[in-house]
Design a protein. Structure first.
Length: 332
């Protein structure tokens, strides 16, 4: 089912400053991850680097559509969710460089960080496990009287997990207002979708859970943000889960250790022409919602922020080995 934005969610009705926030989130994520790639290949990163380069529109469009009481469960390619919900670029560099000043004080894997004050859960390694976490969190908030909704992200490959089935089934039975976002980038690591599924679309599974299933262009942040704003507003008033499949492509390997040689070159070339930042610039400028000059200014501001955060984090200390057991055992 091809989606149409709910009534009253035209792009012209989105506040002008909201479009700037969406673009800013995309640029922050793109430039931060490009720097993390360089740091990884210099041997300075603790752990792997899994980027969402080429997929920035999905996280930016949905996270910027969220309200103050909403909850988010980002996955490994959702840097845009973190920055859109207020995580400073400086703290991201601290986390990946294992600095004592980082969100986990240099004590956890670099993707296991969140921002609870802004409703962003830290990621669990088993990717599908986050879906049930955000479902439960949203139900708890609504029992407290908050008009909360949730957004949970998952790759096409991880929809094969039992956690995916259990979370969607549970959310549907109890009408939990969670937007389950499938980032369909065609490959589960190196396994193509054609080797995993017979259904034409992952969203086709929605009917089996008794929920609405939609398919969207994951590289068009303008249309996707309109859709997400309308959906989340409606779900807060009429609680129910929705399954949203976003068509996209990761433009690098599964991680920086992966050369991506198994992906057909013509597929990569096709999506390279559909860079989400280029599409955003062209669409927003054409409609007069964000001029090209403003787009360029945001890019420069984000580049300066990334440069400053990177240099400051590099200069900060690693954890003292003498504090290794702090936070592990209770004080006597």
């Amino acid at each position: 089912m091809e989606p149409k934005p709910p009534e009253g969610t035209g792009a012209s009705e989105v506040p002008r400053e909201a479009w700037a926030d969406v673009v800013r989130s995309m640029w922050r994520a793109r430039l931060t991850e490009e720097r993390l790639v360089r740091l990884y290949h210099q041997g300075r990163i603790f752990g792997g680097v899994y980027t969402g380069i080429g997929q920035e529109a999905i996280g930016a469009a949905t996270a910027c559509a969220g309200g103050p009481d909403d909850l988010f469960a980002p996955c490994i390619r959702n840097m845009t969710v973190h920055v859109a919900r207020g995580m400073p670029v400086l703290d991201i560099f601290r986390q990946y460089l294992g600095r004592v000043t980082g969100p986990t004080r240099g004590r956890d894997g670099n993707v296991h960080y969140g921002n609870p004050s802004q409703g962003v859960y830290a990621m669990i390694s088993h990717l599908g496990a986050m879906l049930s976490v955000v479902t439960g969190g949203v139900m708890a908030r609504r029992r407290r009287g908050l008009a909360a909704a949730g957004v949970a992200y998952i790759g096409d490959g991880a929809t094969s997990t039992g956690d995916f089935h259990e979370a969607l089934n549970f959310a549907s039975v109890f009408d939990a207002p969670v937007l389950f976002v499938i980032e369909n980038n065609k490959f589960a690591y190196s396994t193509p979708s054609s080797s995993q599924y017979r259904c034409a679309r992952r969203a086709d599974r929605a009917v089996g859970y008794g929920m609405e299933g939609l398919v969207a262009d994951g590289n068009d942040v303008v249309a996707l943000h309109q859709l997400a704003r309308g959906l989340l507003a409606d779900m807060r008033q009429k609680p129910r889960p929705v399954l949203l499949e976003c068509d996209t492509m990761r433009m690098r390997g599964h991680g920086e250790h992966d050369d991506c040689s198994y992906v057909p070159k013509d597929l990569v070339e096709t999506y390279a022409t559909r860079d989400p930042l280029r599409i955003a610039r062209e669409r927003l400028a054409a409609e007069g919602w964000l001029e090209a000059a403003a787009f360029d200014r945001i890019e420069k501001e984000c580049q300066a922020e990334v440069d400053a955060g990177y240099h400051r984090a590099l200069a900060e200390p690693a954890p003292d080995p003498a504090t290794l057991t702090q936070g592990v055992y209770a004080d006597a």
